[in-house]
Design a binder for this molecule. Structure first.
Ligand code: PRX
Length: 635
């Protein structure tokens, strides 16, 4: 018998021990008892981190939407599956029951099929946080198409790169989106992106903001009329366990974004099991994760994990500051939210505002609070604990990644005692370890090193779309026979983990993963720029912000530096999106480089964060004099 629901610390240790000693038996029992399979697996796990190749539940057949929708219909057909809370609080919320979700997903699936989409085809979804986003995701899964959701804050160039990388045949978008007091013309961004995407044959458009848009004859279609005439039954495509479910792009430290590929069965089992335990979800709960479905958090913990548990999950279209900074708490009160899952950057921003915005609302429904995406600092943790949780709701600081598919290190509420800033203990089935620079595992506590995982778990991404070698190089080459996370961590005397941050050139800004290389490429496109280096520096709301060191071309003419800064940020907005804008831009005559020409980012990081002690030996640099110049002109 599996223990699907862990309720106390003793049970956690017991389950954890079993999961490590007998991982295959452990996962097999969970898979067997809690999901609907069309055919049973032949083998629970096959893996080789050197190739790397990982297969879970091979030989089994299933459809994830039968697990997320169909099987709940008999007992929970009238239960709300999705609560949609619009951007504008004056607009009514929608409560979509499991029965209605079934019908809407099936209609959408039939529309996709009618447009020639079938098993294995890639569909790009570029939508705001409206029900059609979740419905499109599930409709793809219903017919075995692979969804690639692109966050609707990305620019046309970023969208085009992602569409082309995975050769999407169809795009689902909307006329526009509401974002606080603003509207964004999504369709024109899609139109611009598609000027360089020959692979896209069809664009389906949701009417959301009722703006005037161009509809390209033969390519663009309004979605609603197609849904109105579509059949509300679409038999699920029977899929193999290891067939891809979706591609989701994440930034790498170099080069183009990585299309992480998640496969069906393992991802389903893992997201469902983690959701149940980490949020201690009970049947009448109303769970709200404030992430966007454009990120992995939304995939795993707005759509798949909750729905696989027959839960009620909230989708919020708006922003925390509209119509005022009390919006999150107003929504908590309105829907009687029981579990609330957000990002440290949102907590820090809200904690800066007067407490009256919190105190106006009744938050007594809350039972569990969560955070994700970046380390949470102690001050923000206490503010969250005292003012939102009223010290009664445990905080789950959940560490995980796009690549891991689900939460890896986290407290289990009401079981694991929490310590601010510690993600605490590994979830059952997860075997973390810390490695030193000499590639040896550091045993014993306390310890600090690079965080790796020694054994596969069901939701690990299986490859990078179209580039398996890069998958191997990025995650399985730094340390023999281990998955390398790219994060540093420390482990205290009781075995609790605290994530200290990235150890590569990925910078996490407001919880968003940004690689330095693509931003530098955008900066370098400016005709006045000859070279640039971007580093992160601590920021009290965003966690980190971006600091750009920019060398201008020598033209002999005076340039207005403020204008240049604006132009550079404009370029970044066009190439990547506003989230990647530079907070500070320092113009400099040079960048510190090693004799082999590598930029010494460590020095630049220290200067940007205002710490000029221990810059190390700079005399071996190719151009040591530039360091003083940079320090003298730091912003
Ligand atoms: O550095 C870690 C940080 O976010 C990275 C993963 O980013 P992404 O793939 O965008 O996924 C974010 C949502 C799962 C990690 O490598 N990170 C995530 N959660 C935490 C965290 N850092 C510290 N504490 C966390 N709880």
């Amino acid at each position: 018998m599996s223990q699907f629901h862990i309720k106390n610390l003793e049970e956690y240790f017991q389950v954890y021990r079993k999961s490590v000693r007998h991982p295959e038996i452990f996962w097999e029992e969970i898979a067997e008892e809690h999901f609907l399979w069309r055919k049973r697996w032949d083998k629970v796990l096959e893996w080789d981190f050197n190739k790397p190749e990982i297969k879970w539940f091979e030989g089994a057949q299933l459809n994830i939407t039968e697990n997320c929708i169909d099987r709940h219909l008999a007992a929970k057909g009238d239960k709300t599956a999705i609560v949609f809370e619009p951007n504008n609080p004056e607009e009514s919320a929608q409560h979509i029951s499991y029965t209605e979700l079934y019908q809407r997903v099936n209609r959408m699936a039939n529309v996709l099929k009618a447009k020639g989409i079938g098993k294995g085809d890639r569909v790009c979804i570029y939508l705001p946080m409206i029900p059609e986003l979740a419905i499109s995701v599930l409709a793809c899964a219903r017919i075995g198409a692979i969804h690639s959701v692109v966050f609707a804050g990305f620019s046309a160039t970023a969208l085009a790169t992602r569409i082309n990388d995975s050769d999407c045949k169809l795009v689902i978008t909307s006329d526009g989106s509401f974002r606080g007091a603003k509207t964004i013309d999504l369709k024109s961004i899609v139109d611009e992106a598609l000027t360089s995407c020959d692979c896209v044959k069809t664009v389906l458009v949701v009417k959301r903001i009722h703006s005037e848009i161009d509809m390209r004859e033969g390519r663009d279609l309004w979605l609603q009329p197609l849904l109105d005439t579509a059949d509300s039954n679409c038999p699920p495509e029977i899929m193999n366990s290891e067939d891809p479910l979706f591609i989701l792009y994440t930034s790498g430290s170099t080069g183009k974004p990585k299309g992480m590929v998640h496969t069906i069965a393992g991802y389903m089992v893992y997201t469902a099991y983690t959701f149940k335990n980490i949020f201690q979800y009970n049947d009448d709960d109303i769970y709200w994760c404030t992430a966007d479905i454009g990120w992995i958090t939304g995939h795993s913990y707005i759509v798949y994990g909750p729905l696989a548990n027959g839960a009620t999950t909230v989708m919020f279209e708006g922003v925390p500051s509209y119509p005022d900074i009390g919006r999150f708490w107003q929504v908590v009160e309105k829907h009687r939210i029981t579990q609330f899952y957000t990002a440290p950057t949102a907590i820090r921003a809200l904690a800066k505002e007067p407490l009256s915005f919190v105190e106006n609302y009744d938050l007594s429904s809350l039972k569990v609070l969560g955070t994700v995406g970046e380390p949470i600092n102690e001050e923000a943790w206490h503010w969250y604990n005292e003012n939102i949780g009223k010290t009664r709701s445990p905080i789950v600081d959940t560490w995980w990644q796009t690549e891991t598919g689900g939460i890896m290190i986290s407290p289990i509420p009401f079981a694991t005692p929490t310590i601010p800033t510690f993600a605490t203990l590994p979830f059952p089935g997860i075997q973390p370890c810390l490695m030193n620079e000499a590639s040896e595992e550091i045993t014993g506590n306390p310890a600090e090193g690079r965080l790796c995982i020694k054994f596969p778990w069901p939701a690990i991404a299986r490859t990078i779309w179209g580039d398996h070698q890069r998958y191997k190089d990025t995650y399985f080459s730094a340390f023999q026979n281990k998955y390398f996370t790219g994060d540093g961590a420390l482990r205290n005397h009781t075995g609790y983990y605290r994530i200290t941050g990235r150890v590569d050139d990925v910078i996490i800004v407001s919880g968003h993963n940004l690689g330095t290389a693509p931003i530098e490429d955008a900066v370098n496109e400016h005709p006045a720029v000859s070279e640039s280096a971007i580093v992160g520096f601590p920021h009290d709301v965003k966690g980190n912000a971006l600091y750009g060191y920019v060398i201008l071309k020598e033209t002999g003419e005076e340039r207005n530096q403020d204008n240049l800064r604006k132009e550079i940020n404009q370029l970044i907005t066009e190439r990547i999106g506003p989230i990647a804008k530079l907070e500070k831009i320092q113009f400099t005559p040079g960048l510190p480089k090693t004799r082999s020409g590598k930029i010494m980012r460590r020095i630049l990081r220290k200067i940007a964060s205002g710490d000029t002690s221990n810059l190390g030996d700079t005399s071996t640099l190719l151009n040591p004099e530039v360091v003083q110049d940079i320090m003298d002109n730091v912003l």
